[in-house]
Ligand binder design. Sequence first.
Ligand SMILES: Nc1ncnc2c1ncn2[C@@H]1O[C@H](COP(=O)(O)OP(=O)(O)OP(=O)(O)O)[C@@H](O)[C@H]1O
Length: 341
Amino acid sequence: MIELSNISKKFDQTTVLDDLSLKVEAGSRTAIVGPSGSGKTTLLRILAGFETPDAGQIVLGDRVLFDQNTFIPAHERGIGFVPQEGALFPHMKVGDNIAYGLKGSKEENRLRVAELMALVSLDNRLASHWPHEISGGQQQRVALARALAQKPALMLLDEPFSALDTGLRAATRKATADLLEQAGVATILVTHDQQEALSFASQIAVIRNGRFTQVGSPMEVYSRPVDEETALFLGDALIFPAQVNGGVARCCLGDVPVSHPQQTGDRRIMLRPEQMMIAADHPQPTATICEVDFTGHLSTLTLTSPDWPTALQIKTLSQQHWQKGASVRVMIQGQACVLAS
Ligand SMILES: Nc1ncnc2c1ncn2[C@@H]1O[C@H](COP(=O)(O)OP(=O)(O)OP(=O)(O)O)[C@@H](O)[C@H]1O
């Protein structure tokens, strides 16, 4: 397990990381997600040992890597690091890139490189290619193999899939997740892509202005975000003012059960678009479709109702029924999340 406690870092007079604490269980996957400039890369560099925090403690297993009196240098930490776009050595062939840092004989290293290439599903014949002769996805796998060669207890991935196009990106992400799970290596992925974070990790840490605003399972942070900014950062959200009492929020859509019944009073509630059920041909319609933006399997409907102060935009599965002017009934499934005021 890796545990960071109360990590802070300033550059000049600006606080970049502010009292961060996080636990990552052995063999598990955590994603740190947050907007540009929130401090994600700085935190990874601190973990890797490329940067020194001003305060706090980092413990990996039973080893203190950093505290007031300790600084274990990067090459002694047993931590693998895959930076953005792989950063392979361009003047070294693929095999030599992977073997970089291996300490065995030439023959032992050749066998280990072959083993690592098989592990990341790379054809062994690519070992004699130059990095520029292989695809972006293959380059990422080489970078991963190079990091795995050190048998790290923890792997740090800094936006490693960002240079890949959508299809390759999802496939490489899945392959990487499977591989790290098989190898039993704990992983921290940094990304500003919320979908990537939600799909990759079993723990999500949302960072904003150098602080973790929320840490939890992907489902927890997605469906129960602590505040409006976190809600909107993690996906599409519908946010309404509501009067919350006795586990029910009274809002323009009617009465909706809430997830935290202890929260009461004038609040704002959040629903995800998939919680909105829109029924065409309902005997008691509540809204009118005034615009349909068809984008393939999803359409964005703009709905109006005399009961609502403003129009609602709802992304939903495309259907033949979605026609401008059609009357529909809007129903809500599940519970609303009450946001921090
Ligand atoms: N060596 C440095 N010296 C001074 N300021 C720095 C240094 N490294 C990072 N910063 C600043 O710290 C803040 C956080 O940067 P960081 O790269 O950690 O953010 P990030 O969340 O990884 O952003 P992105 O998603 O754009 O990569 C930024 O304002 C950045 O300008």
